[in-house]
Design a protein around this ligand. Structure first.
Ligand code: DSN
Length: 427
């Protein structure tokens, strides 16, 4: 395996080897990362990467797509079954593209969107001024209540009534609590707006019913496929067939979305990745996947309890889903950037993250975000969460103590051997 790569390009060969070792030897706590199955990984390294397939199954601009059509249709059908979706487009290359395409399908430049503030858990594509979204659309934001750390739906409704957005956006990249999608939909309907949910983080929870599934509720739902859904790096857009806000328009909402993806924003789809999405959706339809997601949430709760017992401050005091936001500035007197760096030194991977009303900057915020999807894939359960929380606290309390960091790293390296990653991979 990898013999050709080794012969052609030793530098990249070594990158692959080193990265595989890094993944094997670390405790992966980045809430948006996961480990795909060998079947998903194999599918991405196949001849399907060679094909051009602009268009959709049975309506392509190039010949020779009879097998690609089967793969894309399987991905669509399985995603529909998984999420109870009326319409699915599996071609978006990434979450940001999916969001851009969703906006492009129903909005004009400068239209108003009401979304979650980035500093309170929203995403770059939810209107950050440095992102295309903030530059092209008129964004307004809601945040979390400073006391509870939770979204106050009365406040969302009040803002929606004043702002009258064309799109109400729910979803997040760093919010540890459940969302009330029905309430968001009611508010959108009250103000004549579309409701779009970005479920990139909680897609696996929604697919298994561990979190309310917004797909039968909202107008448009975007998600990445590589986070809790545990598929290949990529995204998809789900929607209602009909356009609720503009019922008389000639095109259905489903057609508007398909046109926005191709030819609106993308060219050739990544057929090898779409096939891998189909494989991942098949895996997610199995009963084992629900058990996996249940464990992800149990682990996050156990981790939050341990942090609580160790006196660390979490945004909203805990979690309902797969992620936790630790205020490391308040808990340990260090900023997120340094926390991320010192944890990296002990082979615990985590990311700096803003917390509501952050006293720092996006590059050096007061918090870190951590999650349990990847470590749960490796087989860890509640009992391991106590140990992980202890390592966090020990390292963050002693960020400049080389002896402590060396001790924790050795413990991590011993511990991680119990949870082999890709044991059958020949590299
Ligand atoms: N980078 C992703 C995350 O970590 O949440 C969102 O785009």
């Amino acid at each position: 395996m990898l013999d050709s790569l080794k012969k052609v390009d030793e530098k990249i060969y070594n990158v692959v080897l080193n990265e595989t070792k890094r993944q094997r030897d670390g405790v992966e706590m980045i809430a948006s990362e996961n480990f795909v199955s060998p079947a998903v990984m194999e599918t991405m390294g196949t001849t399907l990467t060679n094909k051009y397939s602009e268009g959709y199954p049975k309506k392509r601009y190039y010949s020779g797509n009879e097998f690609i059509d089967i793969s894309e249709q399987l991905a669509i059908d399985r995603a529909k079954e998984l999420f109870n979706a009326e319409h699915v487009n599996v071609q978006p290359h990434a979450g940001s593209q999916a969001n851009a395409e969703a906006f492009f399908s129903i909005l004009n430049i400068k239209d108003k969107i009401l979304a979650m503030d980035l500093a309170h858990g929203g995403h770059l594509t939810h209107g950050s001024p440095v992102n295309f979204s903030g530059k092209q659309y008129a964004f307004f934001h809601y945040g979390v209540d400073p006391e509870t750390g939770r979204i106050d739906m009365d406040d969302v409704r009040k803002r929606a009534k004043i702002i009258k957005p064309k799109l109400l956006l729910s979803g997040f990249s760093a919010y540890p609590r459940e969302l009330d999608f029905k309430e968001f939909q009611d508010i959108a309907e009250e103000v004549g707006a579309y409701h779009m949910c970005d479920i990139a983080h909680i897609a696996g929870l929604c697919a298994t019913g561990i979190h309310e599934n917004p797909v039968p509720i909202a107008d448009i739902i975007t998600t990445t496929t590589h986070k809790t859904l545990r598929g290949p790096r990529g995204a998809m857009i789900m929607s209602k067939e009909l356009d609720r806000v503009k019922p008389k328009s000639k095109k259905s909402l489903a057609r508007k979305i398909d046109s926005a993806v191709f030819p609106g924003m993308q060219g050739g789809p990544l057929d090898h990745v779409i096939a891998a999405k189909a494989v991942a959706f098949k895996e997610a339809l199995q009963p084992d996947f629900k058990l996996y997601i249940e464990q992800v949430v149990k682990n996050a709760k156990a981790l939050a309890e341990s942090f609580h017992d160790l006196g660390a401050t979490m945004v909203s005091g805990g979690t309902d889903n797969h992620l936790i936001l630790l205020d490391v500035d308040e808990s340990f007197g260090i900023r997120g950037k340094k926390a991320e760096t010192v944890l990296d030194e002990v082979n615990i991977f985590t990311n700096k993250n803003m917390v509501p009303n952050d006293r720092g900057t996006p590059y050096d915020p007061c918090g870190i975000r951590l999650g349990t999807p990847a470590i749960t894939t490796r087989g860890m359960k509640e009992s391991e969460m106590q140990q992980i929380a202890k390592w966090y606290v020990e390292t963050l309390k002693n960020p400049d103590d080389a002896a402590v960091k060396s001790k924790v790293k050795q413990e991590v390296l011993e511990f991680i051997k119990e949870f082999p990653l890709y044991p059958d991979l020949e590299y």
